[in-house]
Design a protein around this ligand. Structure first.
Ligand SMILES: Nc1ncnc2c1ncn2[C@@H]1O[C@H](COP(=O)(O)OP(=O)(O)OP(=O)(O)O)[C@@H](O)[C@H]1O
Length: 312
């Protein structure tokens, strides 16, 4: 649904994008992550036909953004990281305005707009002036605006930025619904653990270059992000910690009141062998589990030494 090939963008002599390649298939939710200034907004603006690339191509639904921008615009809903709202409108009027801009006839809009307001949880605000909505509500209204022409593709540039935790959860729930509706979504964010819950794939960009791309689990495996095993035994925890220090694939052992925490470089097979050995040695194992690595760990691993510390 989205194909970006060798995309470059120069601002004067500054290379903001250096031969970026991204491929996103239909129905995929693609998390686009990277530190401040990495090139996310630039890429998304080009996809949204609002910025011309210096070279390379980008297609949406088979239409090239510079050659057939009108066809692309019909198929995308774009939410910029910074947006202006028309404060003198009521929410319903605001959506009518955008619906009319897309040529949707009034009777159709009359049916559509209450549905959109319901989707973004603003039904009770239909007669409220945009001006008096909270930031989270304005952001949800902006999302409803992106959906007014029922686009196949959503390009969302940090839709949850500046929202409080509750508003972020609301936004995430709406995005889950959009995924169920079959939309292809590219979403950028700094809130990486939250993104991890809803994305199918991630692309990591740094200094205008893609540094990793694919399914979160595949990237984790490729990077061999170390597993951390949490082991709790009935008794002799300190002895177990000592035993673990001599084990193959164990790179670090920590022991505290909650159990023994083992950094483990082996795979599934070695993990099973380790558990069997612990049980075979006579320990009463209360629990043995692998701590989940999240998207943030993956991201920091990939961009280690780069600008990742700029992340909020
Ligand atoms: N109009 C412009 N003129 C000159 N430089 C620009 C312009 N727009 C962006 N840049 C630069 O291009 C680089 C990429 O910016 P971009 O906004 O795409 O990054 P980003 O990943 O979206 O960052 P953020 O997470 O902070 O929004 C940055 O170094 C930025 O300063």
């Amino acid at each position: 649904m989205i194909e970006i090939r060798n995309l470059t963008k120069n601002y004067g002599s500054f290379e903001a994008l250096k031969s970026v390649n991204i491929s996103i298939s239909k129905g995929t939710v693609f998390g686009f992550v990277g530190p401040n200034g990495a090139g996310k907004s630039t890429t998304m603006s080009i996809l949204a036909t609002l910025l011309l690339p210096t070279s390379g191509t980008a297609t949406v639904g088979g239409f090239e953004v510079t050659e057939q921008p009108h066809e692309v615009r019909k198929r995308i809903g774009y939410m910029p990281d910074f947006f202006g709202v028309y404060d003198q409108f009521k929410t319903t009027e605001y959506l009518h305005f955008y619906g009319a801009s897309y040529g949707i006839p009034r009777p159709e809009r009359e049916k559509l707009i209450p549905q959109l307001l319901e989707l973004v949880n603003l039904s009770d605000k239909q007669d409220t002036y945009v001006d008096s909505l909270s930031r989270g509500m304005k952001q949800r209204l902006c999302l409803a605006r992106c959906l007014v022409h029922d686009p196949d593709v959503l390009i969302l540039d940090e839709p949850a930025s500046g929202l409080d935790p509750r508003a972020r959860i609301e936004m995430r729930e709406i995005l889950k619904e959009l995924k169920l509706m079959g939309k292809t979504i590219i979403i950028s964010s700094h809130i990486l653990p939250e993104l991890a819950e809803m994305v199918d794939e991630i692309g990591v960009i740094e200094h205008g270059e893609m540094v990793a791309q694919g399914k979160v689990a595949d990237i984790q495996n490729r990077l061999r992000v170390k597993r951390v095993l949490h082991i709790r035994v009935m008794e002799r925890g300190d002895e177990l910690a000592e035993m673990m220090r001599d084990e193959l694939h164990v790179t670090q052992v920590l022991s505290d009141s909650t159990g023994v925490h083992v950094h483990f470089s082996g795979g599934d097979v070695e993990q099973v062998q380790l558990l069997n050995k612990i049980i075979g040695t006579g320990y009463g194992v209360v629990s043995f589990h692998e701590a989940q690595t999240n998207l943030e760990d993956v991201f920091l691993e990939i961009t280690k030494g780069g600008a990742a510390d700029e992340l909020a």
